[in-house]
Design a protein around this ligand. Structure first.
Ligand SMILES: Cc1cc2nc3c(=O)[nH]c(=O)nc-3n(C[C@H](O)[C@H](O)[C@H](O)COP(=O)(O)O)c2cc1C
Length: 431
């Protein structure tokens, strides 16, 4: 959804205002969007957002760090012009190329064609697709962790911090001032023209909500980024959305550490959650037998849940924490049942890559559901070491024994006692 489409007409725009000095020679030149109510189709934004861009002046030139959404280009250029001439701009730093930060870039390049673009190597193909014909003419220098841009008496040092939340993401660190420009990392959709964290309203909820909706699927990458950031001397964290963080910047890193870390201390055992739904009890009996088999293996803690008996959201927290899941569903009208699909759709909000996944279920005649669930688990980059278990109608004793053996094998895959084996989609299609 575009920003314009998401903005109710009743919300008046804030007065445009000028650039905001962060320290002498470093200015916020972004734009406020108080009326935005939906971002990236992923989250609601109850009091809008800001698109934060910055200008850093050195004795040899000016660096512009990120731009703004195209709908707000006018405010951005007005603020930029208040602190620099276009012919003074030597660097354009692109910490992240999503359109809310790169929307004004094509016009900025027209006005400052001499400027050299600094971005991560993984930003290159994205920039090419954004600029199209203008890409070849642009002066582009990919940078990785440790590279520096000399602005004259001031250096910008780059940190490659991929996948928070796009592949191209990086941070830029103004060495002499200890200011870290983090783009979306540590951002908040929280529009308040007072800008600094010690002046705006209470935005802690907005920062946590932002993490939950945008960063949570990339928790391990956030942790890697924090590992790079934490050794730095920090006076200010300047993200691309929401307040500029100048009060105890390290406290915000600690907050992110907690958000990105496990919700509970991991125990000594590997963990398997079996979640199922069952109309007539057949899939439920399979689930119970899989649990009995898996629970008999040492070093694995197994839990069993009937999706009929729970709200789905807590299961998301559970699945994020466990090492593996087995999902059970009957085939109803040629499909897995709705609660399973809803849960599977929600899994996009958490990090699932590399977790063990498995599917099972009872069926009457065509039995499509298990294969469909397996395909979705593979789409979520989970590893599927065992082909799914399908049983026709009520499981006989030998079916239940097969389910127990299935559970034992899943447990062995979790503890590393079984040799790794991936299910391939061609094989799934033939079943
Ligand atoms: C409304 C309805 C539709 C069904 N559609 C299918 C189907 O399309 N293909 C199939 O293999 N079985 C179908 N079945 C059969 C169920 O998959 C089968 O009864 C299964 O054992 C139910 O498992 P449960 O006891 O765990 O609910 C259908 C059953 C019902 C009640």
């Amino acid at each position: 959804m575009t920003a314009a489409a998401a903005r109710p007409a009743s919300v008046p725009p804030l007065p445009s205002g000028g650039p905001v000095e962060i320290v002498p020679g470093v200015h916020w030149i972004g734009a406020f969007d108080p009326g935005l109510r939906s971002f990236d189709t992923l989250m609601k934004t109850a009091n809008g957002t800001s698109y934060n861009a910055y200008a850093v002046r050195g004795s040899a030139g000016v660096a512009v760090i990120d731009t703004v959404h195209a709908d707000h280009a006018e405010a951005f250029f007005a603020r930029l012009e208040a602190v620099a001439r276009y012919d003074e701009i030597t660097q354009i730093v692109l910490n992240h190329l999503e359109p809310d930060h790169s929307g004004a870039l094509p016009e900025l390049l027209r006005r400052a064609p001499q400027a050299e673009i600094r971005l991560s190597p993984r930003g290159l193909p994205i920039l090419r697709a954004l600029l199209r014909d203008a890409f070849e003419a642009a002066r582009i220098l990919p940078v990785t962790t440790g590279a520096e841009a000399d602005l004259g008496g001031r250096r910008l040092r780059f940190l490659t911090t991929p996948n928070v939340h796009w592949p191209d993401t990086q941070c830029s660190y103004l060495v002499e001032e200890g200011i870290l420009f983090t783009c979306d990392l540590l951002g908040s959709h929280y529009c308040d023209e007072r800008l600094f964290d010690d002046r705006v309203g209470d935005f802690r909820f907005a920062m946590d909500h932002y993490f939950d909706r945008l960063m949570r699927p990339f928790r391990s990458f956030v942790t890697q980024a924090l590992d790079l950031i934490e050794p730095l001397e920090l006076s200010v964290i300047a993200p691309s959305h929401g307040p500029v963080l100048r009060t105890d910047p390290r406290g915000y890193l600690g907050r992110y550490r907690r958000l990105a870390g496990p919700r509970s201390a991991p125990g000594p055992d590997r963990t398997l959650a079996i979640l199922y739904i069952s109309a007539h009890g057949a899939t439920a009996r399979l689930a119970q037998a899989i649990r009995d088999g898996a629970a008999g293996e040492p070093g694995v803690r197994v839990s069993l849940f009937d999706l009929e008996g729970g709200e789905l959201h807590p299961f998301l927290d559970l699945i994020e924490e466990v090492d593996g899941i087995a999902l059970g569903t009957p085939t109803i009208n040629g499909d897995a049942v709705r609660a399973i699909w809803e849960l599977l759709a929600m899994l996009v909000d958490i990090e699932t890559r590399g977790k063990l996944g498995a599917a099972f279920g009872s069926y009457g005649w065509s039995g499509e559901a298990v294969r469909q669930v397996e395909a979705r688990l593979q789409g979520l980059k989970m590893r599927l070491p065992e082909p799914g278990l399908k049983v026709k109608l009520n499981p006989a004793e030998e079916d239940l024994e097969e389910a127990r053996a299935f559970g034992r094998r899943l447990a062995a895959h979790l503890t590393g006692r079984a040799p790794p084996r991936e299910v391939d989609l061609a094989d799934l299609a033939s079943r």
